[in-house]
Write a protein that binds this ligand. Structure first.
Ligand SMILES: [Zn+2]
Length: 117
């Protein structure tokens, strides 16, 4: 059985009590009307898919029902940290791996290093 620590209940509970709700810290655009359809589509549908540390939003669905954040290594499934809504992560996330849909001009130097390793 896989155990996850709930920062509100302050105890480890079975994985089945939780629901992963996807990538964390996605900020809604302040002026959606100013975005192109492509930019809005990126905001609504596209998420990072890093190999390594990833910040995720989780909910203790069969418990206190509160949301919290988890930094998890997507390669090993190791939980690096858990923190409450409103707090900031202490562990940095891995850079996303660019794919064929990414604009090459938007790929940062860090991402290029990660891909070229
Ligand atoms: Zn809880």
């Amino acid at each position: 059985m896989f155990l996850i620590y709930c920062p509100y209940c302050e105890e480890e509970r079975a994985e089945e009590e939780f629901h992963a709700s996807g990538e964390a810290h996605i900020v809604r655009p302040s002026d959606p009307e100013a975005l192109s359809d492509e930019q809005w589509g990126d905001y609504v549908f596209f998420r990072k898919n890093p190999r390594g540390n990833h910040h995720e939003l989780w909910q203790h669905t069969i418990g206190c029902r509160k949301f919290f954040y988890m930094t998890r290594d997507t390669a090993t499934y190791e939980i690096k940290e858990i923190y409450k809504i409103g707090e900031r992560p202490q562990v940095a996330s891995a850079p996303p791996i660019p794919n064929k849909y990414d604009n090459p001009a938007s790929v940062t130097a860090d991402n290029k290093k990660a891909v070229n390793k």
